[in-house]
Design a binder for this molecule. Structure first.
Ligand code: PLP
Ligand code: ZN
Length: 440
């Protein structure tokens, strides 16, 4: 990739013919902007910019049947997404399983629990593939040839992989102390990787400066209004997979808070366009105690978020200064939900509990979600009869160091029957096996 300052070649910022989106608008003051690579209301109030859609047009165009006939990926919801081209980057992202989690439900004392399993999202096994598929499709439309991101790990994996597929140059920024699996899982796609000696919030600040000097498309900075819309598909899919119904309660992890607010927006848009009947859905958020600025604000009844310095094994959600924190707070409060945090030990237990009951190996963010789910049930904050969806956003193979030392070890044996039988005896005394009744 080139080090020279490059500008987008075919910068197109106006609305495209036939597109369902037409402008960017400030969430705070309502000022509108052209559809360029811009994320803050720089003329007026520095609030965040959002994509403006024509919902009447969307309502005319889409139906349950038209969506069901679409591709088996996030692109079945294309009319709700800020990409104009009929040929977006489709690497099979989305339409991950919604699993009825009966064994976990029984363990927790719930009667109707589902797991939305983005641990198997394509191509890099986290929900970030959703937001990056949108951001890079839009980056290409805006004429960028180099894409970048400030990442807590999963975003770097996604940006590097999908840029490779699309033939875009890629330079990603990560905190230098990330898990080995996340670093390797980025380097394999051969982007330029900048490992910054600092935490995510410092990485992000640096990237904001780089975005201003290099003319690159930063998926979560200057392309953020488009990027963040990808998380809405986590709402759409759950509605469709529940048989075109809203759940009663959702539990999702909070880093910047964006994912949480966009699941909410996705549900609302489906109601607004007549695809699903309205219903009150409770929104509960999960944070790690070692980085819980939104949870602290929630518990203290504040409507502002005080930044913290992260210190937790849940690195993928360790954002100390969350951009969408206040909006996440607002949603949790107005839906009668909660925001809760859990210790690193509880996160490890959460990872193990999900693996042992449902056969899903999630990373630390998913462990946080399961541990918070458990805590909320125990506190009586989730009703056993509520249809509850827990969002599992990443894969455990990427954060192996988190559970190292907290799981069993293989029983090493000779390739001989008596060696096996002795080991089996030992395993039984350790109560590892619960099929002791079976005759040998
Ligand atoms: C990035 C990330 C999140 C949360 O993202 P936000 O939208 O910033 O709140 C959750 N889980 C995983 C695994 C992530 O990588
Ligand atoms: Zn504004």
């Amino acid at each position: 990739m080139t080090q020279a300052i490059e500008q987008p070649k075919t910068l197109s910022t106006g609305a495209a013919l036939g597109a369902t989106f037409s402008a960017l608008r400030c969430r705070e003051c309502g000022e509108t902007y052209e559809l360029g690579a811009k994320h803050v209301c720089e003329d007026v109030c520095f609030g965040p910019l959002e994509v403006v859609y024509d919902y009447d047009l969307i309502r005319q165009r889409v139906s349950r049947a038209s969506i069901e006939a679409g591709p088996k990926s996030i692109w079945r919801y294309k009319d709700f997404l800020p990409v104009a081209s009929d040929n977006p980057i489709d690497v099979g992202t989305g339409m991950t399983p919604l699993l009825k989690a009966d064994r976990l439900a029984r363990r927790l004392g719930l009667r109707s629990l589902y797991i939305k399993n983005d641990a198997v999202n394509m191509p890099t096994l986290s929900f970030k593939d959703r937001v990056v598929s949108i951001a890079l499709s839009r980056a290409r439309e805006l004429g960028f040839s180099t894409v970048s991101c400030a990442s807590t790990g999963n975003l770097a994996n996604s940006t590097a992989a999908i840029a490779a597929h699309a033939g875009l140059d890629c330079c990603v920024f990560i905190p230098a102390d990330l898990e080995a699996g996340k670093v390797l899982g980025t380097l394999i796609y051969n982007p330029t990787v900048m490992a910054v000696k600092g935490n995510y919030d410092q990485v992000n600040r640096l990237c904001s400066e780089v975005a201003n000097t290099q003319g690159w498309g930063f998926v979560n900075i200057n392309l953020r209004p488009y990027y963040s819309e990808g998380s809405k598909t986590l709402g759409y899919e759950v509605v469709e997979q529940l048989g075109w119904q809203l759940p009663d309660h959702i539990v999702a992890p909070l880093a910047s808070g964006s994912l949480f607010t966009k699941i909410y927006k996705g549900f609302q848009e489906f109601v607004k366009t007549g695809l699903v009947d309205a219903k009150d859905v409770r929104f509960s958020g999960a944070q790690a105690e070692g980085c819980s600025p939104i949870s602290q604000a929630f518990k203290e009844g504040r409507d502002f978020v005080t930044p913290v310095k992260p210190n937790t094994i849940a690195k993928s959600i360790a954002i100390g200064n969350p951009a969408d924190g206040i909006y996440a707070l607002d949603i949790a409060r107005k839906t009668n939900g909660n925001i809760e945090d859990v210790t690193d030990a509880e996160i490890i237990d959460g990872i193990k509990l999900l693996a042992e009951t449902e056969g899903i190996f999630t990373e630390t963010a998913g462990g946080t979600t399961i541990a918070v789910l458990k805590k909320l049930v125990e506190a009586g904050k989730i009703d056993p009869d509520e249809t509850t969806v827990a969002y599992i956003t990443g894969n455990g193979l990427k954060t192996q160091e988190a559970v190292q030392g907290y799981i069993g070890e293989p029983l090493t044996i000779e390739p001989k029957l008596d060696s096996f039988e002795r080991a089996l005896e030992r395993a039984r005394t350790l109560e590892r096996l619960d099929w002791q009744q079976t005759s040998v």
